[in-house]
Design a protein around this ligand. Structure first.
Ligand code: EPZ
Length: 459
């Protein structure tokens, strides 16, 4: 089969990890027929990067916590398994989770789960604050970077914990009879989202006041603080560079709705721009998307805020090049870099894209070039020379946002694209196929085995 030969060539060019990922289970592929013209409204799910730390925060509570708008994603399932392994009871009803961590009894998170989901490492803060001891495997690197946790560890040590890393395990414990963390002043060398969240959660049950300086200001950090405040915590300044937490003896149950996913929202705005379509997305918090909206406007599309929580994108005449530098919030989000590069690949002129947050986040480039894009990369810097149009090709996603970029490119490309990498997409986009089909995109999930039975020509 032609495609098998093409896919095998790619397997040769893509690293071992992806090969392992392409076990039979992951052989479902997505076929996308372009170019598409989209229209209609899209419902934006709750934010993955809010849901994950919010689930960890429920470990701080001695009551039952109800979390709403939780997207149904592979990562959420993995986090659920981590919490269950620690002794929490979880009930799911659609996008609502009831988590009861009142009988938290096991301080050790399972390696197999933490290896799969880096964000589960953030639970080390709540476990240590609740039990006075925590053992969490080092999450290890991933496709986009080494992802060290030194800032988390140093912050916990500043809060008075003894932390030793042995055999790939981070062992943290609080000596002394009180088993309480002590408030402290912590300056983060880099405004890490995860480190800010881990330390903010740990400090909620510490004795005294903690000040986190050079903190991450992401909306997900602010959302986590609002959840903890609703559980009875004293937190000031979340969303700014300086967060002040006054410890309290315990936190109580809560019923909390997380924020919409600004990265999913940004991805759908780009789906509208790259297909010259008019679509509406909601619910969104427009302020959370300021950097993305401003870059979309400089490319030449129009974004209208219809209501307080919805945005409409109108197609631009000619899409023009622009430059992107990823930065911590409120700068341009690194999670939007790959999807935006897909758009820039069909914008006339030359755009420069610089990735400053992660050291290895340009892996979508070779696949976009396979679709006829003209992108040159040097380290973390790419020059995107716009081309009139993209052409369909078999492509493989290497991580979540790289996969989203390839789907967007396929919506604009001429012909039938075969996308492999659904295991990445399922981690961060709730029902993306159904949502795109609802907008009129022509795409279908196909199990390799049944491939010969289905093709648009014969439908
Ligand atoms: C969060 O990851 C998000 N994940 C990421 O989204 C997002 O890309 C990232 O923040 C940046 O916005 C979740 O919220 C679950 P960081 P996190 O700590 O917290 C270095 C997606 O696609 N660093 O802010 O892990 C680190 O190596 C994912 O949804 C240290 O050096 O990101 C990186 O270069 C991908 N030491 C930089 O800081 C540390 O202890 C930013 O990482 C911690 C981080």
């Amino acid at each position: 089969m032609r495609e098998d030969r093409a896919i095998n060539q790619q397997l040769h060019s893509i690293g071992e990890t992806e090969k392992q990922n392409l076990s039979p289970v992951n052989q479902s592929i997505l076929k996308i027929w372009g170019p598409s013209r989209l229209q209609g409204n899209i419902n934006i799910s709750g934010a993955k990067n809010s849901a994950l730390p919010a689930m960890a925060a429920t470990l701080l509570s001695s009551g039952v916590c109800r979390l709403r708008q939780i997207p149904r994603l592979a990562d959420i399932n993995t986090m659920g398994k981590v919490l269950s392994a620690l002794g929490a009871k979880i009930k799911q009803n659609g996008n609502t989770l009831d988590i009861d961590a009142s009988n938290l009894d096991n301080p050790e998170a399972p390696y197999e789960l933490v290896r799969k989901l880096r964000a589960s490492f953030f639970a080390i803060g709540p476990i240590l604050a609740r039990l006075g001891v925590a053992r969490v495997p080092l999450p290890g690197g991933c496709a986009i970077g080494a992802r060290p946790v030194d800032l988390h560890v140093r912050g916990l040590q500043a809060l008075g914990a003894e932390v030793h890393i042995e055999h790939g395990m981070v062992n943290a414990y609080i000596s002394g009879s009180k088993k309480k963390l002590q408030g402290a002043k912590i300056y983060l060398d880099y405004p890490s989202v995860g480190a800010t969240e881990t330390l903010m959660m740990a400090a909620t049950l510490a004795e005294g006041e903690t000040i986190i300086e050079n903190a991450a200001q992401e909306p997900e950090v602010e959302d986590l603080a609002n959840l903890c405040i609703a559980m009875g915590a004293n937190i000031f300044g979340a969303g700014t560079k300086t967060i002040v937490i006054s410890g309290v003896p315990k936190l109580h149950s809560v019923d909390y709705t997380i924020i919409p996913d600004r990265i999913e929202a940004g991805t759908f705005l780009i789906a509208g721009a790259i297909t010259n379509s008019e679509i509406t997305i909601s619910p969104v918090v427009p302020k959370h998307l300021s950097a993305v909206i401003s870059k979309l406007q400089s490319v030449g599309v129009e974004i209208i805020q219809e209501k307080f929580d919805s945005l409409r994108i109108l197609p631009g005449e000619i899409l023009k090049s622009t430059d992107i530098d990823t930065q911590p919030y409120p700068g341009f989000p690194t999670d939007m870099q790959a999807p935006f590069m897909a758009l820039l690949s069909v914008c006339s002129g030359s755009s420069s894209v610089t990735e400053t947050v992660f050291e290895n986040r340009m892996r979508h480039v070779s696949e976009l070039n396979r679709m006829g894009a003209n992108i040159r990369v040097k380290g973390n810097h790419a020059i995107v020379q716009g081309v009139p149009k993209l052409s369909a090709a078999p492509v493989i996603g290497t991580d979540l946002r790289a996969s989203a970029a390839l789907i967007l490119a396929a919506l604009a490309a001429e012909g039938e694209t075969t996308f492999q990498g659904l295991q990445h997409l399922n981690r961060g986009y709730e029902e993306i196929e159904i949502k795109l089909q609802k907008l009129g995109a022509k795409l279908q999930r196909v199990d390799q085995v049944k491939e010969n039975e289905i093709s648009p020509a014969s439908v």
